[in-house]
Design a protein around this ligand. Structure first.
Ligand code: ZN
Ligand code: ZN
Length: 391
């Protein structure tokens, strides 16, 4: 698995283009002795049927990012501008390793194990693509679903939590309309630059004034585009927004509030046309089931010891994993696996410089320490499944 990891790391593939990766995974699953199904263009599922008992689904994502690797690693990406910068290559080998362990220890457990390899997590498209391609027709309905993610935390440690562990994420394109004019004649215009600026400021009141203090919400305006020349007032402006929430009701309310503010500002400006709203890249909430989390956390403590398993704060990042268990109506849990050498991590914590000194996921410097991240991730997947499957 160590060799396969460096091989995958050298040859990353972008979301929905994971053809060679999927082929390599299918080969490994065959070797391990799984029944292999290809689901959609680049989704792969390996099933181990081993008598009566529960059915456990474990998922790994497999796509890379449009990032130019700058780690200087001997096994750095050989594909220009593409990098496994989120550690999904580690997820692949950890899940393959766990499937292999389970395949070799059939006497120890009873039930069905499903190792699911999902494309296009980074674009929020892959889980949906596998479901649309008929995932439910090729696998039995699972009783529980499991997933993990490597994080820039101390290597060898595992973070678990009940309830929201990753946020719901929504992107939104807002187009507002004005009336263009010569830059010297603002009285002939309805200036969309001023209108958009006013919207940006007013949007800041959503988190500060409308969300309950202490309730988590993010509203970021990541782009504001209007005009191209100093002496021309343009006729429209475009804003790209990103929202993050842990609460479905608050999420709906924020969306409604954004639309209300935009419409109100357009009205105040005398905008000649209704604004347009286009939602995209929408990630569901990842909301760990309390019972599943407790059972799996107990298995981790038994396996790794109490000092290596901690309760993690929820992350503000997002994932599309939960679409799969949600489609089957089954509970799930999602945990984190550390990947930064202990000394380096502890020194940064002590100095309070974790954010500055430890490259996080999506950074061109993100470089999980293979040992013991790989071993920890394999064992974590195996013992989490055995919490349900052990005889
Ligand atoms: Zn990512
Ligand atoms: Zn990721």
């Amino acid at each position: 698995m160590r060799e396969l990891y460096t091989e995958l790391h050298r040859h990353p593939e972008l979301s929905s283009e994971e053809h060679a990766t999927a082929g390599r995974i299918a080969e490994e699953l065959e070797r391990i002795g799984c029944t292999v199904h290809r689901v959609g263009d680049t989704g792969v599922v390996g099933v181990i049927e081993n008598g009566t008992g529960p059915t456990v689904l474990a998922r790994a994502d497999i796509d890379a990012l449009p990032v130019a690797e700058d780690t200087g690693l001997e096994y750095a990406s050989e594909v220009p501008g593409v990098m496994h910068a989120c550690g999904h290559d580690m997820h692949i080998v950890c899940l393959l390793g766990a499937a292999e362990q389970l395949a070799q220890a059939r006497d120890a457990w009873s039930g069905t194990y499903i190792a699911l390899f999902q494309p296009a997590e980074e674009t929020a498209a892959g889980a949906k693509a596998m479901l649309d391609a008929g995932l439910s027709a090729v696998i039995p309905v699972p009783d529980v679903a499991l997933a993990q993610h490597v994080m820039p935390t101390e290597v060898g440690t595992i973070g678990t939590t009940a309830g929201p562990v990753l946020s719901a994420g929504d992107s939104l394109k807002v187009t507002v309309h004005g009336r263009g004019a010569h830059g010297s004649m603002p009285h002939n215009s309805i200036d969309p630059v001023v209108l958009a600026s006013s919207i940006v400021l007013r949007l800041q009141t959503i988190v500060s004034r409308e969300a309950r203090p202490g309730q988590f919400a993010v509203v970021t305006v990541g782009a504001l585009n209007a005009g191209f020349k100093s002496n021309i007032i343009p006729d429209r402006a475009e804003l790209l927004l990103n929202l993050r929430t842990y609460d479905t009701e608050l999420r709906e309310r924020i969306m409604a509030t954004i639309e209300r503010i935009v419409r109100g500002e357009c009205e105040a400006a005398g905008s000649p046309r209704e604004p347009e709203f286009e939602y995209y890249d929408q990630f569901p909430l990842t909301d760990n089931d309390a019972e599943v989390n407790e059972k799996v956390t107990r298995a981790f403590v038994d396996e790794f010891g109490e000092d290596r398993v901690y309760e993690t704060d929820p992350y503000t990042a997002s994932e599309d994993f939960s679409r799969i268990p949600d489609a089957f109506g089954i509970p799930y849990t999602y945990w984190t696996v550390g990947s930064v050498p202990s000394e380096k991590y502890r020194a940064a914590v002590e100095k309070g410089t974790v954010a500055a000194d430890i490259p996080a996921n999506h950074s061109p410097f993100f470089a999980p320490a293979i040992d013991p991240t790989l071993e920890t991730g394999i064992r974590a997947h195996a013992v989490a499944a055995l919490a349900y499957l052990r005889k």
